[in-house]
Design a protein around this ligand. Structure first.
Ligand SMILES: CCCCC/C=C\C/C=C\C/C=C\C/C=C\CCCC(=O)SCCNC(=O)CCNC(=O)[C@H](O)C(C)(C)COP(=O)(O)OP(=O)(O)OC[C@H]1O[C@@H](n2cnc3c(N)ncnc32)[C@H](O)[C@@H]1OP(=O)(O)O
Length: 181
């Protein structure tokens, strides 16, 4: 495998343009009611809630509960990576194209106790061909709280048929959230 492992766009990549119809300043809602990251109907999911910021970035919140522990009283690192992944996925949703996570990096800077609300900011830093470059920052309990986790990712654009071919298709996706309307 010779592909690049970089999660930042190559030097000289222009600033990404928001989609002209990207939601701005509104709650994004779940894309699927049973999604582990954002679905309100998932019994043990993260129930992450997010608001679009400016068409290329998202503010999301996730409160760490008992079900999310790794060590006693502390969030599991994989759960935190899931929260980051989900909040990054909400940014590519703003681009109005179907994407999947190709590569996801997480840096854990501080432990995250149960009961903490993580404020996660994610943004797109560039789009090159089918690849969208993204970054994330999760702070403890306040927008200016200490940074607990940083993330960076490459998402890869896929045809809508990807979900049909590999999963159950778009059944159950929240109406009105279709890609490329
Ligand atoms: C019917 C309607 C359906 C509607 C549904 C629509 C949308 C739903 C989408 C979003 C939902 C909204 C909110 C967010 C939700 C969730 C957030 C979490 C998201 C996830 O949790 S999602 C699950 C985990 N995720 C996967 O399940 C991916 C499994 N995987 C694959 O499906 C393939 O592996 C794929 C498609 C990634 C690539 O396969 P492929 O054959 O299509 O493309 P190929 O390999 O040619 O790569 C093309 C270019 O991407 C570069 N590239 C590829 N992989 C890379 C990597 N790992 N790192 C760095 N770069 C990479 C290459 O280097 C090349 O770059 P270059 O063009 O420069 O050569």
């Amino acid at each position: 495998m010779n592909r690049s492992t970089l999660t930042v766009p190559p030097a000289g990549t222009p600033q990404p343009e928001p989609h002209p119809e990207a939601s701005v300043g509104v709650p994004l809602g779940p894309h699927y009611a049973r999604c582990f990251g954002c679905g309100p109907d998932h019994p043990t999911g993260l129930h992450l809630e997010a608001v679009s910021h400016d068409g290329l970035s998202v503010h999301a919140e996730f409160t760490v509960g008992d079900l999310h522990q790794g060590a006693p009283g502390l969030a599991h690192g994989g759960v935190l990576a899931t929260a980051i992944d989900e909040a990054l996925g909400m940014v590519v949703w703003l681009l109005r194209k179907p994407y999947v996570t190709g590569r996801l990096e997480t840096d854990y800077l501080r432990p995250v106790p149960v009961g903490t609300t993580l404020l996660i900011t994610t943004r797109c830093t560039g789009v090159v061909g089918r690849k969208a470059y993204l970054e994330a920052e999760a702070r403890l309990d306040a927008p200016d709280g200490p940074v607990a986790v940083r993330g960076a990712a490459v998402f890869v654009e896929v045809p809508a048929a990807h979900f049909e071919r590999h999963g159950g298709g778009a059944g159950g996706m929240v109406p009105g959230r279709e890609v490329n309307p």
